[in-house]
Design a protein around this ligand. Structure first.
Ligand code: NAP
Ligand code: MN
Length: 286
């Protein structure tokens, strides 16, 4: 079976030189490389997680038909978990994995209604966050159309399971295994005192639930900053946001399996890698 690959590399010199190496390796294996406008089965991103997020945002209307592979160049590489020196293994594995079902993860679907009643829909791989441009943001939050709370603060963040290690984690959210179809809401600097009260802890909703948010500044409609993955829209008038798990899922080529908690350990603790390095040095000194 012939496969078609599209390569999306960051402008960094290192990413461009890895791209050249990868092109050679793909040519050796007779794998066709195409442009973004053409149809393809696999997208290989070269850069950091930011590069993969940016490719996802560009291609979000094609997520159901493509599989992602991320090579990382000196960044954190939570999604981009192939190293630049593994290119030969990657291409070999790519030929072997064609018939294997991909590994899929939940995505966040955002439906935004503006103040004149227009709806727009988009997807996020990590999260969506909304902030006030100035002043305290006052948001009524509904779960499944039922009023839950009024949140006052700088903003809020709704993250997917794979996004739970991004901004969500910095806001005190829990890290969630991506086999769970769940969304997590975290507050950004919420006001909690005798007068104003919100849950003040991360909240996790399930697949059959959705959140509806009506953001205001002291009860008035105004403009906000909306961020989703590595993109943002500043000064946007928002009437409401509906956040739910999308019917689409992101698909990663199933070339090799990295256990989720190993990936979390490698990204945030790193003791296993440190121990490996020490063992290697000790072996050299023997
Ligand atoms: P960035 O400023 O380079 O991202 C910040 C860091 O988050 C980078 O080290 C990035 O990895 C890493 N990252 C991205 N997605 C991640 C995930 N799902 N799990 C763990 N780490 C992750 O901006 P960017 O590269 O365009 O990425 C945008 C994302 O960064 C946002 O969606 C948000 O989740 C996160 N972010 C976090 C904070 C914060 O924690 N205060 C602030 C801004 C953005 P690479 O170095 O490999 O790119
Ligand atoms: Mn980045």
């Amino acid at each position: 079976m012939s496969i078609r690959v599209y390569i999306y590399a960051s402008q960094k010199k290192e990413s461009q030189s890895i791209k050249a190496k990868l092109l050679k390796q793909l040519a050796k294996s007779n794998i066709e490389v195409v442009d973004e406008e053409q149809s393809f089965d696999y997208i290989i991103t070269i850069g950091g997680d930011g590069t993969l997020l940016s490719a996802f945002q560009r291609l979000q209307n094609r997520v159901d038909s493509i599989q992602f592979i991320g090579i990382h160049t000196g960044h954190l590489g939570f999604y981009a978990d192939w190293q630049s020196y593994e290119i030969e293994n990657l291409v070999e594995g790519l030929l072997d994995c064609v018939d294997k079902p991909p590994v899929t993860y939940p995505l966040l679907e955002i439906t935004m209604e503006d103040t004149i009643g227009n709806n727009s829909k988009f997807l996020a791989l990590n999260e969506c966050s909304i902030r006030s441009n100035f002043g305290t943001m006052v948001s009524d939050i509904y779960v499944k159309e039922e009023f839950f709370e009024t949140l006052r603060g700088d903003g809020l963040c709704i993250a997917t399971p794979t996004g739970s290690t991004g901004l969500n984690k910095s806001l005190g959210g829990a890290v969630i295994h991506p086999r769970l179809d769940a969304l997590q809401l975290t507050e950004i600097a919420s006001l909690n005192n005798r007068v104003y009260r919100s849950l003040a802890s991360p909240m996790i909703i399930s697949k059959d639930e959705w959140l509806k948010i009506y953001p205001t500044i002291h009860g008035k409609e105004t403009t906000f900053m909306l961020m989703f993955d590595n993109k943002y829209i500043s000064d946007i008038e928002i009437q409401s946001l509906v956040l739910k798990i999308s019917d689409s899922r992101i698909r990663f080529a199933n070339i090799r399996h990295t256990h989720f908690w190993n990936r979390v350990e490698a990204s945030f603790i790193g003791l296993k890698q440190q121990q490996n390095n020490i063992n290697q040095i000790n072996n050299l000194l023997k």
